[in-house]
Ligand binder design. Structure first.
Ligand SMILES: *Cc1c(COP(=O)(O)O)cnc(C)c1O
Length: 399
């Protein structure tokens, strides 16, 4: 038996109550009781999207909703601009290409934020651009993108703005209607604190107009079919009953507590981590850090892959490393989900201890005094954004 503190940017620690709901007896998705749950869940999701439009649930991981966005509003040969600033930007560009879109990649060095002037000049030079595809937060680098500013550009053009908000929606305000986002996507295992397996998507009126004439092949993800079924109170295919029941509880709880408090907690964990690691002499990797994910630069001369594995093995704290060109160079921590103050302090101490074990020269060690100062500062910051959900302190895993 090993016990882990889950600090990854998805999946995230689920509240205790979610785990209990997931263990309830099965019920059929066409029962009147479940139809009520589904209806309420779809209505409450709209409050997170801040939209008057319908929101849909797909039984798929987040990438399924990315694919749904492409097949519902685009046609083969459409010119699309993909903002590529990391792994997830690459994924969306690859996906659009696989479906035959005419993809231009706006490559941004990993860790940097996209310059909206580059998007502006591209739209100017290529008025035929059908869509701009971007992440709200590029989870592989921890960078937050200026969605509101990008939306101002697409609103004045014929292009749609498709936002993969999987580590943004539910973690920070992302008002779809007010900002003018045309397609917005979320995923269950990130800010929504559930297991992996559901994704969420909504289309603006402009995106629906495109959906009516788009010619990409689509069947499972055809939102026209889903829209008709939802209007009759049902999902077109079988609903993931257990996940939806747990989602219903999460949404209702967050709305009762106040979504602002949820955002503030995530922001609090982000700021607490940023300040604490700076006190310990480390740097934040991202040019514009997202509240949902914190990427810490691993000091030169230390192998981040080994460090991550060592922290997981010795202190049972699970974080993510960097991928591809960032392999071994960063540690990534999620700030979403039922993370307790204690979890954060334990993680900060385990990072310091791991670095000290990896650092041969004792003169370069992080002192106990600095570690204490960093943790005290983190707790001080967190005192203005208290824990919202009871969580099993650690996750039990049978090995
Ligand atoms: C997690 C994530 C996804 C989706 O990943 P899945 O494994 O398909 O759920 C997509 N985009 C971003 C930005 C993510 O963080």
């Amino acid at each position: 038996m090993a016990q882990y503190t889950l600090m990854t940017p998805g999946p995230v620690p689920a509240p205790q109550k979610v785990l209990e709901i997931l263990g309830l007896p099965m019920e059929h998705h066409r029962t009147p009781e479940f139809v009520t749950v589904l209806g309420r869940t779809l209505q409450n999701l709209k409050k997170f999207f801040q939209t008057e439009q319908d929101v849909f649930i797909h039984t798929s991981t987040g990438s399924g909703a990315m694919e749904s966005a492409i097949v519902n509003v685009l046609s083969p040969g459409d010119a699309v601009l993909c903002v590529v600033t990391g792994k997830f930007g690459e994924r969306w560009a690859d996906m659009a290409e696989a479906y035959g879109a005419n993809v231009t990649r706006l490559e941004v060095p990993w860790g940097r934020v996209v310059d909206i002037r580059a998007i502006e000049s591209h739209l100017h030079a290529h008025p035929e651009t059908k869509a701009v595809l971007t992440q709200g937060c590029e989870t592989s680098t921890g960078v937050l993108h200026p969605i509101r500013e990008i939306a101002k550009l697409t609103a004045q053009s014929h292009a749609l703005l498709l936002v993969d908000g999987i580590t943004a929606l539910g973690a920070m305000p992302m008002p779809m209607d007010e900002w003018g986002i045309d397609v917005l996507i979320g995923g269950s295992q990130k800010a929504f604190m559930l297991p992996t397996g559901l994704s969420f998507i909504s289309l603006s009126a402009k995106a629906w107009r495109a959906a009516e004439t788009a010619t990409m092949p689509r069947f499972y993800f055809d939102l026209r079919r889903e829209r008709d079924a939802n209007r009759g109170g049902e999902s077109y295919f079988s609903s993931a009953v257990t996940h939806v029941r747990a989602l219903d509880w999460v949404l209702q709880s967050c709305l009762e507590i106040g979504i602002d408090k949820l955002y503030r907690r995530i922001q609090g964990l982000s700021l607490a981590t940023q300040e604490a690691v700076r006190i310990m002499g480390l740097e934040i990797f991202s040019e514009v850090p997202s509240p949902s994910v914190t990427a810490i630069a691993v000091p030169d001369g230390i192998d981040g892959q080994k460090l991550r594995g060592n922290i997981e093995k010795i202190d049972h704290v699970v974080m993510m490393g960097g991928q591809d060109q960032l392999k071994g160079k960063i540690l990534r921590m999620g700030n979403m989900g039922a993370i307790s103050d204690r979890d954060l302090v334990h993680t900060l101490r385990s990072i310091a201890a791991g670095l000290n074990r990896a650092q041969a020269n004792p003169d370069h060690h992080i002192s106990e005094a600095k570690i204490d100062e960093a943790c005290a500062r983190a707790l001080e910051i967190l005192s203005s954004s208290p824990e919202l959900f009871a969580t099993p302190a650690t996750t039990e895993v049978s090995l």
